[in-house]
Design a binder for this molecule. Sequence first.
Ligand code: MN
Ligand code: MN
Length: 342
Amino acid sequence: MLVVMSQELPDQPPASSGGPVGPVDSSQVPRFAGPATFARLPRADEVGRADVAVVGVPFDSGVSYRPGARFGPAAVREASRLLRPHHPGLDLDPFAAAQVVDAGDVVANPFSIEQAIEQVEAGADELSGAGARLVTIGGDHTIALPLLRSVARRHGPVALVHFDAHLDTWDTYFGAPYTHGTPFRRAVEEGLLEPGALTHVGTRGPLYGRSDLTDDARLGFGLVTSADVMRRGVDEVVDGLRSRIGDRPLYLSIDIDVLDPAHAPGTGTPEAGGMTSRELLEVLRGLAGLQLVGADVVEVAPAYDHAQMTAVAASHVAYDLVSLMALSPLHGASEQTDGAQQ
Ligand code: MN
Ligand code: MN
């Protein structure tokens, strides 16, 4: 019996010859064979260096409604087998422009949110300390807080575009400060975000009260609702975001429930009236060239999914995030990478 490991037949030269190691060649090994890494990319330990690392955080102990996002990373990897190496929308071969790897999963304690947050922060620090920018697959939205702590430690307070049906700037649930509905209030309180450069995109649905909106605005967030995206269109939304972000380091946090349940049913707190996957991908592509220092895709809960719809959408979102990073090497990133290779 021949067992094909994920990197037995890479379609590009090994790292020792200098170029990035790409995905398994799908003309030689069927897409449905072998263990699933993101986009069939090499594992981090197979190449020893990374410009961009896709990392999973299988954690969902911070959810307020339907659990199940702990199975998100595995579902997104499985759905990512069909991704191909050329991105026509950006005219880019992301896996040749940068060394992209699958860094596996951060081990996060399912019985202690506080410890899980520490573990995610430490895991992000370790990977970024070795020179990689992270695209993190959740997991519930709680994990955005430790991820933002890690990027802010390296880059200072960051601009944020937060795609979500929900504000996620509530204060507490049942007295708990660290949940999937509170990460961005905590991030503002901790000084991780750049006031005036923060925007929610795709918000909709009933709130606890009007004060949810006034509290959120007081924290410094701008709002582009799902209805705004429909009325203004992608180009106007992109123009507004780009002028708000400017040349600041940017973090993108994408709760898959920003998509309409027709596009992404597999999530914990679905809300009708959301963006289409086409709109989301086009807004992301509109942010090309900005200084993207980190990103996450969260809240994929495959038990509620159908025909991999949500996981496929999330895998394409992650592919676009990787591509945005591959397109725009960070200012000064080469010194970091050199240091990490020692
Ligand atoms: Mn949400
Ligand atoms: Mn969220």
